[in-house]
Ligand binder design. Structure first.
Ligand SMILES: [Ca+2]
Length: 168
């Protein structure tokens, strides 16, 4: 078998998909402190455009309440109506994803997160608790335009973990 070669305009075929473009893919992400006991729980897991529904495909924070947030920067304002959250695969999802607020904004906050996230407009809430790999779709009643999307967890009895986020 020949080794893989990247397609050229002459060898590639066009591919059409009805899948909507997810604005989170390859966006920039900032989070509270990652949990050192979960070395694979890096924030980049949330914005790589892939979700395996496996145990290692999450961002995982520390137990510290000040670490239980994330901000996604799309680079420029995007218009969307839906935010999809996917909980971690473990039964711990019941403790790692609940009492979450999603907020949106168009500038960086003047006060550092997580407190500064109050400056953003509320998009929706997920009271939880989540079930393993639960797909949580939060829909706005009208399209919004925002460059920044934040998540903040308000129950700090356990770590904050989120497997995946998509925005349409
Ligand atoms: Ca991922």
């Amino acid at each position: 078998m020949p080794a893989y070669e990247d397609p050229t305009p002459l060898t590639a075929s066009e591919c059409f998909s009805t899948r909507r473009y997810d604005f989170v893919t390859h966006a920039t992400i900032t989070t509270g402190q990652q949990n050192v006991w979960v070395p694979l729980g890096v924030k980049e897991n949330v914005v790589d455009g892939i979700h395996s529904f496996g145990g290692d495909d999450n961002f995982v924070s520390t137990l510290d309440g000040d670490a239980q947030w994330l901000v996604i920067d799309f680079g420029n304002p995007k218009k969307f109506t839906q935010v999809l959250l996917i909980a971690e695969a473990s039964p711990n999802a019941a403790m790692s994803l609940l009492k979450v607020e999603i907020r949106i904004g168009n500038t960086t906050t003047t006060t550092a997160p997580p407190a500064g996230l109050e400056e953003y407009t509320l998009f929706g809430k997920f009271p939880g608790p989540a079930t393993p790999n639960q797909e949580i779709m939060i829909t706005s009643n009208k399209p919004v335009s925002a460059r920044f999307l934040s998540l903040r967890k308000f129950d700090h009895q356990f770590i904050f973990a989120v497997g995946h986020i998509e925005v349409y």
